[in-house]
Design a protein around this ligand. Structure first.
Ligand code: ADP
Ligand code: MG
Length: 243
């Protein structure tokens, strides 16, 4: 009977129940569960295992450079961003409405930390997220363009609900790169959410893109539905050096 049951469980892909079947029967007998309680217990275990696996898989896909969470963010040190604001973001209405978040400010103020934490929370909430460093993204766009595979590349990115572009503006872009980035932003516009971190303020984006016209076109799309935050203050890295 147990072997046949396990077989059915495998055919129906209830692999976790199949694994814990015997111990679950012992638990059920000990705690005198009703039939309904037993069924509920098994299905709950299966669903929570599946959810956990899905989070682990999507976290791997997100390619976060390190783990950062809002729990280990010191809001007293960085006051340009409030807990209330973060709580608002964690409702993920902005992803549902395909809005963007732009975090600007000098090095070390926590822009990347916030971007990673947003990705992590989005993944836990069931979204697909991808973290990209700006230089890596530009390199990937250039390669795709050279191979005449731009559409394939952009379609691959479209599978994500949220794409983080970290460190935009550290290196200036040539006009080919700026145009490719514009294509990327246009492709995602009103379709997917983008989070950008940058050491440059909006009025300096022309320098980054070496071209005011393209910078304006990029900004126009990114800012149309966006939450822009300028993070001020001293570098957290330097604060630690001083202590
Ligand atoms: P940025 O991207 O603005 O240059 P990071 O997010 O990389 O800065 O922050 C630099 C380091 O300091 C990281 O290790 C980050 O986790 C930490 N850090 C920055 N701000 C805070 C903060 N307010 N609370 C806790 N850690 C912080
Ligand atoms: Mg950073």
């Amino acid at each position: 009977m147990i072997e046949s049951t396990r077989n059915y469980l495998q055919i129906t892909r209830c692999l976790h129940i199949s694994k814990l079947l015997e111990s679950a029967i012992v638990t059920a007998e000990k705690s005198q569960m009703s039939y309904l309680e037993f069924l509920h217990y098994l299905l709950e275990k299966e669903c929570s295992e599946r959810e956990q696996r899905s989070i682990t898989r999507r976290l791997k896909q997100a390619r976060l450079p390190s783990m950062k969470s809002f729990d280990d963010f010191d809001f007293a040190y960085q006051q340009s961003i409030t807990k209330k604001q973060v709580k608002n973001w964690l409702s993920f209405v902005w992803i549902e409405q395909r809005e963007n978040i732009i975090l600007m400010g000098p090095p070390g103020v926590g822009k990347t930390h916030i971007a990673i934490a947003l990705c992590y929370e989005a993944v836990k909430a069931g979204y697909k997220a991808l973290f990209h460093n700006m230089n890596d993204l530009i390199e990937a766009l250039m390669l795709a363009n050279l191979d005449d595979k731009m559409d394939v590349f952009l379609n691959k990115l479209s599978k994500f609900d949220l794409i983080v572009i970290d460190e935009m503006g550290y290196l200036p872009l040539n006009s080919v790169a700026a145009n490719l980035f514009f294509r990327f932003v246009s492709h995602m516009y009103e379709y997917k959410s983008i989070v950008i971190t940058s050491n440059r303020l909006f009025n300096e984006w022309g320098v980054t893109f070496n071209d005011n016209v393209i910078a304006t076109a990029i900004l126009d799309r990114l800012l149309h539905h966006a939450h822009a935050i300028t993070m001020l203050g001293d570098s957290f890295r330097i604060k630690h050096l001083k202590q």
